[in-house]
Design a protein around this ligand. Structure first.
Ligand SMILES: [Zn+2]
Length: 204
């Protein structure tokens, strides 16, 4: 398994491309993510979205238009994408509509894609639709905007954010994972569960 990272858009959002001997999976679609895959000559089997905040879905329509199915916990939603907030910031980012072919649900976990098994965990708080994807075999967690390196957590001051709920999600869904599980977050460098248990002031 090989994982490469594309960081794009004005929020410096991470998209991950996981390649296996039998396909590839993209995690999140910041600006430039589709081109990143194309440049590598890779057409992913699917695009998994950790949540629909605008900076994670800017390129999602390009995946859809090119026949790559999208997996997310909710159908396309401009409300979840924070369109209203963007307008109040004076930003004109327009998310092109895309179809969510597969609705993620924990009952359907693990999700088999490209010879990997993605364990689906619902982690509401940063946004109500947040999911993380755990690949136990390789001890990787695609964490979206939950836990960040060096003591950060996802923002909860956006519409639909809930700080206490995020902390509960992290405690119940992330911290029980093995300490050496690598977290590949939606922003910034990777970390591990063990490091964040020690360092993260929100988990003290
Ligand atoms: Zn977000």
């Amino acid at each position: 398994m090989n994982i490469s990272t594309h960081c794009g858009g004005f929020c410096q959002t991470n998209g991950y491309l996981i390649e296996t001997g039998n396909g590839a999976v993209a995690i999140d679609a910041p600006e430039g993510m589709f081109h990143f895959c194309k440049q590598k000559g890779v057409k992913p089997t699917g695009l998994l979205l950790t949540h629909q905040h605008f900076d994670h879905v800017e390129d999602a329509a390009l995946f859809h238009e090119n026949g790559i199915p999208i997996y997310a916990s909710e159908p396309f939603s401009r409300d979840l994408q924070l369109e209203g907030l963007l307008r109040t910031w004076g930003l004109t980012i327009q998310i092109e509509e895309f179809a969510v072919e597969h609705i993620l649900a924990t009952e359907n976990s693990p999700l088999p894609l490209a010879d990997l098994e993605f364990e689906l965990r619902a982690v509401p708080g940063h946004s109500p639709d947040s999911f993380v994807f755990h690949v136990a075999l390789f001890q990787k967690l695609f964490g979206g905007d939950t836990l960040f390196a060096d003591g950060g957590i996802g923002r909860t001051d956006f519409p639909h954010g809930d700080h206490d709920l995020l902390i509960r999600s992290i405690r119940e869904q992330l911290l029980p994972l093995p300490a050496n599980t690598e977290i590949l977050p939606g922003h910034g460098p990777s970390t591990t569960i063990g490091q964040e248990i020690v360092k993260n002031p929100y988990l003290a």
